[in-house]
Design a protein. Sequence first.
Length: 492
Amino acid sequence: MSQTHEGASDLRLVPALVAIVVGLVVWLLPQPAEVSDQGWLMLAMFIGTIAAIIGKAMPIGALSIVAIAMVAASGVTSDQPGTAIRDALGSFTSPLIWLIAVAIMISRSLIKTGLGSRIGYYFISVFGKRTLGIGYALALSELTIAPVTPSNTARGGGIMHPIMQSIAHSFGSTPENGNTGKIGKYLALVNYHSNPITSAMFVTATAPNPLTVKLIAEATGAAITLSWTTWALAMLLPGLAAIALMPLVLYLLYPPEIKKTEDAASFARQQLSDLGRMQRDEKITLGVFVMLLLLWAGVPAWLLGDAFALHSATAALIGLAVLLLTGVLTWKDVLNEKSAWDTLVWFGALVMMASQLNQLGVVAWFSSTIEGLITQTGVGWLGASSLLILVFLYSHYFFASTTAHITAMMGAFLAVGLAMGAPAMPFVLSMAAASSIMMTLTHYATGTSPVIFGSGYVPLGEWWRAGFIMSVVNLLVWVVVGGLWWKLLGYW
């Protein structure tokens, strides 16, 4: 007999009620004179939405639909119904939002064709004679596919994690055997900690990065609009330095019992042999990725003139079109890439709310309040910007979503740092890097963490310890190496 699911819902009542109460409390608090009624109501709805996301009252996409409905129905942006709904849906015309959604669709070809696995096994076949070498192979594999994989969860959890597990299993190092210290724990940590570093290196390496680009543009009055190329160049040297240090630091922190791994290189070569020669669809996928990197880097415009310049979202659409026309991806594949459509919805909703807060003057009021508090401490711009970056980064212990965290805090913190006199480009780049570095901290910090932590290779205490240490290492790398690199580039 078939069962019906009438009345079933994604709604979790207790977190939903908590979020509603939080929103109502904010709305009923004394309203600052500097903030309009519309701005205060928008703030209450925004904070209530963030509370619902943190509490996982519903899937983030569903919550975003609720938020869009609230904004449109409340008339908080306009008392004209037609204008209100256009405001609520306005962010869905943003090229940055479509860039990430389309790039997630494109990255499906890495998994479908097996190209992602081939890249990973190739690096392991070259560097895999020692455990440390396998660590670097995993990190380099992740770095190679990062520019075209905006879902850091798909990259670290869907592509690299099965490869890491295959290597660990080949040495009999599994949670079931109780011997993860042989090699599995170390490889799992490297698998995970590659993810935040590569996410910081490219606009298209994790979904929230374009949101950061938008918030930076708003905070600087469009004086700084980070293109794909500018972001990649700025993050190149500190990112490579962090990639170079991370496997070694983890090797020293959690030394694997197995140091020499000739079998890993042999295992990887066997996997490559089983994959056989590169097939047509893999070659097309590789060609599309190379084309996208050239287009995103602005090579056609550099060689042929500005008439050949393309927006990064246009380039992504061309890449997806090629994959569809050649049959590497089918429209069913695109429809089944649920994370892309989910991202399109929640990203559009959160960008809309953040933009409306800015337009209604709430961000300016909040920023001036924080600025006043920091000014009272007597610290200069250096102390103020350092404090802002540290508070922003380590407050992620209280967030299970990088998107919610960035949406809630990034805009105001950027405005305060710039108002305090911090050099614009280094400060915004440091904040951008921190928005990925914070992924290291916990087993719930981003979508990749529960995938790898849930596989059982690293105990909770060791995960948190490694996360904090790597956050310090990465932050120092970006401050020191990044600061010198940005000075060389003339950013300050």
